[in-house]
Design a protein around this ligand. Structure first.
Ligand code: HGY
Ligand code: MN
Ligand code: MN
Length: 412
């Protein structure tokens, strides 16, 4: 299938850099966390660009922005493209925005070519993919997929106790359109790999066949706050020393479990001070594995070690799973369309499973879905130094365009 419109890689790059300037950090990254003023500014810019491209933008009750391009047979279920504009606090410029702005470039390229696809197209900015301010991650795509209830999602609070629903209204993006599954024909997401495989193997395209399972936990250790100067070492119930042992146990157990990754990303001493033996500590745990049974076993091993550490140190403890999604496989037809697109572009590709979670992981529950990866330098992401070469951004966009066109023109 040729006569494929040309994408404008420089225009895509300019859009990426203009979006990256919103919430830009001194170290060259982005802090555009969900529902902050920076997120609002990024949304406003995205909306303007979509409207300039002739797309009709709607906002749903979870703040998801959906930009629609009519099709020749406009009643048909649309082909969707999506990703997210929100970032981590020390995020990069590509994690999320690449998928959203490459989708915009697809729309712009079709406009330049005067081409109207058979099916309508929809471009989505999914709200709160990262989950760093409002846990869990992928909150809006989870509501869309029926995994989370809208009111439960609206009630999620950030560290300052602000409610998701209130913040969404505050930035002016709490729409009225129901956030629920739609009869889309399919959904594609372009994303940086956020890992080292493509770069290490010299591949440009990842044909993403699925994603590993992810689980998030809250752990808490309670000992006894005491005077740092007068409390003998053998009379202490030090919650932070216990947490330190737990973090090292988590790392050791994950290293011992083939295919596992586990991270303690947040460690908080509650009302700590330099001269108080820590009495209460909170710890976050992120555990992932391509096989759900292996993840269950690792979870059980860590829970047992945490209990043993607490018992040995005279600490009370709690270990609660707050979120989980299982390993999943994407739609075979969409995977094949991505593979054909990479081959048609003559790009070196490989099939792979995503180590990160993405909105596509939830959308895939209700719409046939697949993802496209491109390399990022040193496999680095969730870091301000995150980088994706302009030619890789353009290559990923070309593959996205071809996959979308194939599905938007198919007779099925
Ligand atoms: O945590 C993740 O995998 C995603 O970046 N939110
Ligand atoms: Mn992402
Ligand atoms: Mn991310």
């Amino acid at each position: 299938m040729d006569g494929v419109p040309r994408i404008d890689g420089e225009r895509l790059w300019r859009s990426l850099m203009e979006m990256a300037a919103i919430g830009a950090t001194p170290a060259g990254g982005c802090d555009r966390q969900a529902l902050t003023d920076a997120d609002r500014a990024g949304r406003d810019l995205f909306r303007r660009w979509c409207e300039e491209a002739g797309l009709a933008v709607t906002v749903d009750e979870m703040g998801c922005m959906m930009a629609r391009r009519p099709g020749r047979e406009d009643h048909l279920p649309p082909v969707a493209m999506g990703s997210h504009l929100d970032t981590q606090p020390t995020g990069g410029r590509f994690d999320g925005p690449l998928g959203v702005l490459a989708g915009l470039e697809v729309m712009r390229a079709l406009n330049d070519a005067g081409l109207t696809t058979r099916r309508p197209l929809v471009l989505v900015n999914w709200t709160n993919e990262e989950g760093c301010r409002f846990a869990p991650a992928m909150l809006a795509s989870g509501v869309f997929a029926g995994v989370f209830d809208r009111d439960w999602a609206w009630a999620r609070t950030d560290a300052a106790g602000r409610r998701f629903g209130d913040e969404l209204a505050r930035i002016g993006y709490r729409g009225t359109v129901p956030c629920r599954a739609r009869p889309w024909h399919c959904h594609f997401e372009l994303h940086i790999e956020q890992g080292p495989i493509l770069e290490r193997e010299g591949k440009v395209i990842g044909v993403v066949t699925g994603a590993q399972g992810t689980r998030w936990y809250d752990a808490e250790l309670r000992g006894r706050a005491a005077h740092a100067g007068t409390t003998p070492m053998d009379a202490r119930r030090d919650a932070l020393a216990g947490a330190a042992e737990a973090v090292l146990a988590l790392e050791r157990l994950a290293r011992e479990t083939e295919g596992a990754v586990a991270t303690a990303g947040i460690l908080e001493v509650v009302r700590g001070a330099r001269n108080i033996v820590p009495g209460q500590v909170r710890l976050s745990v992120d555990l992932r594995h391509p096989d759900d049974g292996a993840a269950d076993a690792l979870e059980a091993r860590f829970a047992a070690e945490l209990a043993a550490i607490a018992a040995r140190r005279g600490l009370e403890h709690a270990f609660t799973r707050i979120w989980a999604f299982p390993a999943l496989r994407f739609d075979e037809g969409c995977i094949a369309a991505v593979r054909r697109a990479a081959e048609a572009e003559g790009l070196p590709w490989r099939a792979m499973v995503s180590g990160a979670g993405h909105d596509s992981c939830y959308v895939a529950r209700v719409v046939p879905t697949a993802m496209i990866f491109v390399p990022c330098r040193d496999g680095l992401s969730h870091n301000e130094a995150e980088w994706c070469e302009p030619e890789h951004c353009a290559a990923g966009c070309r593959v996205l365009l071809r996959a979308v066109l194939e599905m938007a023109e198919d007779g099925a």
